[in-house]
Design a protein around this ligand. Sequence first.
Ligand SMILES: [Zn+2]
Length: 155
Amino acid sequence: MDNTKVEIRKTTHHGKGIFAIDMIKKGEVIAAFDGRVYSSRSTKWNEDLYNHCIQFEEKKWRDSTGIARLINHSCEPNCGIQNLFQIVAMRNILLGEEITWDYEMTEDHPYWRMACSCGTGSCRKVIGAYGNMPGVVRKKYKKYTSTWLLDKYQK
Ligand SMILES: [Zn+2]
């Protein structure tokens, strides 16, 4: 279920985005990837699907029925991933702030890459694979990284 304290708005540079219309507390669930599951073989991928599903296994992705697919990436996000599919606030979020998470908290794709222009001081410029995430960032996100990646890289 989508949190009722957010709404869809147009952003200046990144198409649609999700914004807080009330104070959100650390730990609150914002939205979830609760939609169809896709695998690499059986799916006819189009750009929309390709750019909006999240990865939750080596070759499985999931879409959302609600707003989760519209939440933009930031290299200094205010949200992260809880378990596999939930977007959760990493800190208190103020009214008017854009809701963001870091796409490498779920993705570990061998070739999908996205140029990032989030404009934050921590911007990594190109994102797409948790395997490439610097150790210091992994540490910061530890409680907010998809469990499939924590399991994969624990070995
Ligand atoms: Zn960035």
